[in-house]
Design a protein around this ligand. Structure first.
Ligand code: DC
Length: 222
């Protein structure tokens, strides 16, 4: 049977990860968090002392780096050269660094083939910024999940509160900077695909968004 591909794009804090995981679980599809791949490159760049604007070094790093997402008993885990770095990439520093390296065309090009390989053989939900516009323009269904920036900052603040100790203002400032980077870059900027279903989650709970997506997938599959 032909595989079915769902893409979910949108800005940070819109609820993409929670929603994408649930949608994938309910459909029994694979779930791929492509932001984790950019975070993986950022983490490896930091380990090697590579600056996010050093294209030559980034290109070499991407050629040599072996990134993989594996499904384990503890959910999906990111490995870089065989090392589990899932927990190391979730810091505010890695968020900003991932946003910086993701603006470099050399990095986007290297990750494009990895993402297409991961999407080649199975039903899947892909979460990211350019899934519907660049990586999978022929996806079976595309969603763009967004929310008011104050709501997104509050959600991210509540998510990070225990670990990072960042104030709400600092989280909101980081988010504004990242929104600006991700939407204004020349390479694959964040924007809805022309054929994406746009969902504003500002006043919706997770279950409402998930239900709306599942219904849309079911209609499309018929
Ligand atoms: O989804 P996230 O916050 O983990 O993503 C981290 C950064 O990676 C984000 O600021 C932009 C970048 N990214 C991207 O450019 N393209 C993707 N498909 C996924 C993430």
């Amino acid at each position: 049977m032909k595989k079915f591909l769902v893409t979910i794009d949108g800005p940070a804090g819109a609820g993409k990860t929670t929603v994408s995981r649930k949608v994938a679980e309910l459909l029994d599809y694979a779930y791929v968090d492509t932001g984790a791949l950019y975070r993986g490159v950022a983490y490896a760049a930091k380990q090697h002392g590579i600056s996010p604007d050093d294209d030559k070094a980034l290109e070499r790093l991407c050629l040599e780096l072996n990134l993989d997402i594996l499904r384990t008993d503890q959910g999906s885990r990111l490995y870089a050269d065989g090392m589990d770095i899932t927990d190391d990439i979730r810091t505010p520093e890695m968020s900003m660094m991932a946003s910086a390296v993701s603006a470099r065309p050399v990095v986007r090009k290297a990750l494009l083939s990895i993402q297409r390989r991961l999407g080649a053989s199975k039903n899947a939900v892909f979460e990211g910024r350019d899934m519907g516009t660049v990586v999978f323009p022929d996806a079976d269904i595309k969603f763009f999940l967004t929310a008011d920036s104050a709501v997104r900052a509050m959600r991210r603040y509540q998510e990070l509160r225990e670990d990072s100790g960042q104030s709400l203002e600092a989280v909101a400032a980081d988010m504004r900077k990242r929104d600006q980077n991700d939407t204004s870059r020349e390479a694959a900027p964040l924007k809805p695909a022309v054929d994406a279903l746009v969902i504003d989650s500002s006043h919706l709970c997770v279950e409402d968004v998930v239900n709306e997506m599942i219904k849309a997938v079911e209609r499309r599959r018929q």
